[in-house]
Ligand binder design. Structure first.
Ligand SMILES: [Zn+2]
Length: 334
């Protein structure tokens, strides 16, 4: 009886390639990714990548395969790794956990996870909620986690906070390492989660304009920034008077969403405030496709990752950057 360390060693390589081949070409005919010519011939296999079929394009006289110009292009690891990595990401694993389960270096897994998260966010960039929308806000501790660009520790600009930053009373702020998170939850299903720097009237109006369709019915708590919102049919409950629901007016769905978001973010053991929009964007993707299984979600991500146009933007981190309307991302992610 052979002993295996990793589950993906059980995957059949030919089936993985057949699956990826189907995903890549299901919406378009088999063509050269460089010149779009459909005049192609089979061109054998790669000796170092078993199961991967090579094609010859008569248009530009070059070879290509199913992975050319996709997010998986020129990866040294086989498709089994990528399929399992995407599945684990949809089960909300951290990149370090994925690294252990896959048997790759944590830096490899970090790069893959952010590439795949960016790809998933491509489904979310233009999302707006409408109908009856509930809104709520949260302040999450997020500081300067990570390494400096040149390697070594990052200059913090303050004293290290020990194991955990002690919470200050009152609302958080980006500069205080507790940026705000606003969730807009439609009772018709979709959600939008944003990471503004603060919670002023101006910021909340901008966030609402981006996330919520004008004229929607909006239910919030009694925070003054919500009360100043313009362009919506707004009603609120007053938590300080112990009023949590008044007939139809409540924000329990938004609060419930935060009860799911908090344990999701906790998995990462503290996070960088620059990465917050990326994590929130991916969580938004998982919530908006919550009726699908984790593998169906993984299939959606792989499908997008196999589109050269999406893959090249995802590699540069463009999708997460386009979610960042408030300037949290000062540096590129990948
Ligand atoms: Zn060509």
């Amino acid at each position: 009886m052979p002993v295996l360390s990793y589950i993906h060693h059980l995957f059949n390589i030919d089936q993985c390639h057949a699956y990826i081949h189907t995903l890549r070409w299901k919406d378009r005919s088999l063509q050269c990714p460089r010149c779009q010519s459909q005049d192609i011939d089979p061109w054998g296999n790669y000796h170092y990548r078993p199961g991967c079929k090579r094609y010859w394009g008569n248009g530009c006289k070059r070879t290509f395969n199913d992975l050319t110009d996709t997010l998986l292009h020129q990866s040294k690891r086989s498709l089994a790794y990528w399929i399992l990595a995407t599945f684990l990401l949809c089960l909300s694993c951290s990149s370090r956990r994925s690294a252990r389960e896959l048997g790759v270096h944590s830096r490899t897994s970090y790069r893959w996870c952010w590439g795949l998260r960016n790809t998933a966010v491509s489904y979310e960039i233009d999302r707006q909620v409408a109908g009856t929308v509930e809104a709520d806000d949260l302040y999450h501790t997020a500081g300067q986690k990570g390494q400096a660009k040149q390697g070594g520790t990052k200059p913090l600009g303050r004293r290290p906070r020990g194991r955990r930053k002690k919470r200050e009373p009152g609302r958080g702020h980006y500069e205080k390492d507790r940026p705000a998170i606003i969730a807009w939850v439609s009772r018709q299903g979709p959600v939008v989660i944003q990471a503004p720097k603060d919670f002023t009237v101006k910021t909340v109006q901008k966030a609402a304009d981006i996330a919520v369709h004008a004229g929607s019915r909006l239910y919030t708590d009694s925070a003054s920034s919500y009360q100043a919102l313009k362009g919506y049919l707004h009603e609120f409950v007053n938590h300080t008077k112990k009023e949590y629901a008044r007939g139809d007016v409540h924000e329990n769905r938004a609060e419930c969403l935060f009860s799911l978001l908090k344990p999701y973010l906790r998995v990462f053991r503290g996070l960088s405030k620059m990465n917050l929009p990326g994590y929130l964007g991916f969580f938004q993707f998982l919530r908006n496709f919550r009726h699908q299984t984790a593998f169906e979600q993984a299939e959606m991500i792989l499908c997008a990752a196999l589109d050269p146009a999406i893959a090249s933007r995802a590699r540069k981190g463009e999708f997460v950057r386009s979610l960042d309307h408030f300037g949290l991302l000062q540096t590129a992610i990948i």
